[in-house]
Design a protein around this ligand. Structure first.
Ligand code: G1P
Length: 296
């Protein structure tokens, strides 16, 4: 069985939920403190053993390419002005990963975006990480690595899931887990899934949260996936077709997940990322004490 070496990050969306900030800046460049969310996602992929990354972008989002490219003149300027550590940081980002870009000019949905990765995957299994879902496992393995290890054991596509509140099922792809229970710790076969069901119609509260490992066969099914919910080609519908021919699994990954595509989720992530930082933790905690006094 092939190793999972490649990852795809769909990032062609227009970021309408974050306008006006995203009029001129790709939403993936909005930072958690000073690190753009796309860099957090790329780091998770690298920490999970991924060697090659494809970012599915659009031609207006050149900032993503600039961010992951080298800027030798800027690095030199930083060195000459006594900031060698910043120069090293920029160099590290410019060399952190083998990243290629492809443009999805006419966004037709997440399923359509993933189809752009067929040539890149070149017959191998691959991971998909969605940029709106930032996941941090402070105690252990990154979420994607947990899925890859499950994939290595069972050889079938694995969807990263977590239990969400009943009221939130309408925001996600929701799986129907098999009644046979877990095949391995935290890993269950799925029998079906549905994209953004009404609360009353959801088969479970297990939501797919932006992490996937696919066998290469997914492309065959995405190509024949009809237009679905919201007039888009839904990845969920492609997975349903795949599941008719191959086992698909849900892995209940460990880690704190932030919906950074949502304003409040973004604020929460910003606070937690600041608290994780040695240079900011004490100041942020002191400020939180001031706030909690003020709110009494
Ligand atoms: C997408 C997927 C959905 C998944 C979600 C995770 O929806 O279509 O199945 O649960 O990401 O964040 P979106 O949030 O892009 O509408």
């Amino acid at each position: 069985m092939n190793k999972v070496r490649k990852a795809v990050i769909p990032a062609a969306g227009l970021g309408t939920r974050f306008l006006p900030a995203t009029k001129a800046i790709p939403k993936e460049m909005l930072p958690l403190v000073d690190i753009p969310t796309i860099q957090v996602i790329v780091q998770e992929a690298l920490d999970s053993g991924i060697e090659e990354i494809l970012i599915i972008s659009n031609s207006k989002k050149t900032a993503l390419e600039t961010h992951f490219g080298r800027d030798l003149a800027f690095e030199e300027h930083l060195r000459q002005t006594g900031k060698p550590e910043l120069a090293e940081q920029l160099k590290a980002i410019g060399t952190m990963a083998h990243i290629t870009f492809i443009y999805q000019e006419n966004p037709k949905g997440l399923g359509d975006a993933v189809l752009y990765a067929e040539k890149f995957a070149s017959g191998e299994p691959f991971a998909v990480l969605l940029g709106d879902d930032v996941v941090v496992n402070r105690e252990g393995k990154p979420a994607l690595l947990q899925l890859i290890e499950a994939f290595d054991k069972v050889g079938g596509s694995v969807l990263g899931v977590q239990t969400v509140p009943q009221a939130d099922v309408c925001k996600y792809g929701i799986v129907t887990p098999s009644s046979h229970g877990e095949v391995l710790p935290r890993l269950t076969e799925i029998v079906d899934m549905v994209e953004k069901p009404k609360v009353a119609e959801a088969p479970s509260r297990l939501a797919v949260l932006g992490r996937y490992v696919f066998t290469n066969e997914i492309f065959k099914y995405l190509k024949v996936t009809p237009i679905g919910k919201g007039g888009e080609i839904q990845l969920t519908d492609g997975i349903r077709l795949l599941n008719k021919k191959q086992k698909v699994y849900a892995y209940d990954f460990v880690g704190e997940r932030y919906d950074v595509g949502d304003k409040f989720g973004f604020v929460k992530a910003t606070i937690d990322f600041a608290l994780d930082r040695a240079d900011l933790k004490d100041k942020v905690e002191d400020y939180m004490k001031v706030l909690s006094e003020r709110l009494k």
